[in-house]
Design a protein around this ligand. Structure first.
Ligand code: BDR
Ligand code: CA
Length: 332
């Protein structure tokens, strides 16, 4: 199985990413979860990660959870100038989409709080990656802003050859936090810039793909039919996310972004990708946080291709894997 560290900010869809990553042990070995501020504060995203793990049966610290960055690399000044979300303390928490807890709609019990690893996310990443080699690299699946990953590749450049990165983020169509920007990138564009220039082999799962992966009412019913407290909570997440997406974006059903990045590790052959040059706009203004891709290979002359962009996925296969994983989690 592929060794994986999941760096996330749960987060409704991050919660499903955790389940997909934790319940496919024959294809993916989940070595650790690291958390970052994004959908909510670091404290809340960390608590949410622990709650999800606990809810699907990981009562001990079998999978270490470590906290990372509590703010983007260059915030608060820059982010405030890029958005009008000045009501938030640090960063630009999308409360409208994910609620005050970051996972509104569910009420996961937390009987005993498992301990958080004492290491910072990037140090834990380094300790784990050191045990692997360039021949058997660790995949960092990033489903939140790229702050932790940027710090890791900056502090431990010698370990870059031992990792691959699969990230959910960016868009080449319309944005979801700015007209041309996707949330994970705009939350910390400098971090994204560092990661995109790191030389690490990157696979990007942009909104162009994830907006095709909608949790339809039929899928929601399948989750509900698992008929347990866990299923009720997972369905509650979908319902809250659905209502947000209907209200804000006019989507009939919510897209399930983050598990698509985990799915890429499970079976890359289910995806259609294009290897191109992608740059991140780190300036302010209309296009702040935009991911700019040279799909024709004509415009960024002299700059090597750096990102494997996923544009399509076998969606039937994805839902089959996701629902199987939820079923297994439900049986714990
Ligand atoms: C991304 O932003 C967050 O709202 C989701 O968890 C996902 O990672 C989608 O733009
Ligand atoms: Ca996320």
């Amino acid at each position: 199985p592929a060794p994986v560290i999941l760096d996330c900010d749960p987060g409704h869809d991050d919660a499903f990413a955790i389940v997909l990553a934790a319940f496919n042990p024959e294809l993916l070995s989940l070595l650790a979860i690291t958390t970052v501020s994004g959908n909510q504060s670091l404290e809340k995203t960390t608590l949410n990660a622990l709650r999800i793990l606990h809810a699907c049966g990981f009562r001990e610290n079998i999978i270490p959870v470590a906290k990372g960055a509590s703010a983007p690399l260059m915030l608060p000044e820059l982010a405030d100038s890029r958005s009008d979300s000045s009501q938030h303390d640090v960063g630009i928490y999308p409360v409208e989409v994910h609620g005050e807890t970051g996972m509104d709609g569910a009420d996961f019990p937390l009987v005993a709080i498992p301990k958080v690893d004492e290491r910072k996310a990037w140090h834990l990443m380094a300790d784990i990656v050191s045990l692997y080699s360039a021949e058997c690299p660790v995949t960092i699946v990033a489903t939140g802003p790229l702050t932790n990953v940027a710090l890791f590749v900056t502090l431990y450049p010698e370990l870059r050859s031992r990792i691959r990165i699969v990230l959910m983020g960016g868009t080449f169509e319309r944005g979801n936090i700015h007209p041309t920007a996707e949330f994970n990138i705009l939350h910390d564009p400098e971090a994204a810039h560092i990661v995109f220039h790191s030389g690490v082999y990157l696979t990007m799962i942009p909104l162009d793909l994830t907006h095709q992966v909608l949790v339809t009412e039929d899928i929601l019913r399948k989750i509900q039919s698992l008929d347990s407290q866990f299923a009720k909570n997972m369905a509650g997440l979908v319902e809250f996310f659905r209502d947000s997406y209907q209200k804000i974006f006019g989507f009939p059903s919510p897209p399930l972004h983050d598990p698509c990045a985990v799915a890429y590790v499970l079976d890359p052959s289910r995806f259609e990708t294009q290897f191109i040059r992608v740059e991140v706009e780190t300036g302010k203004g209309l296009c702040a946080g935009q991911t700019v891709g040279d799909f024709y290979g004509r415009f960024f002359v002299g700059k090597p291709k750096n990102v494997n962009v996923a544009l399509k996925m076998d969606i039937g296969w994805f839902w089959n894997s996701m629902l199987q994983s939820l079923k297994k989690a439900n049986e714990q």
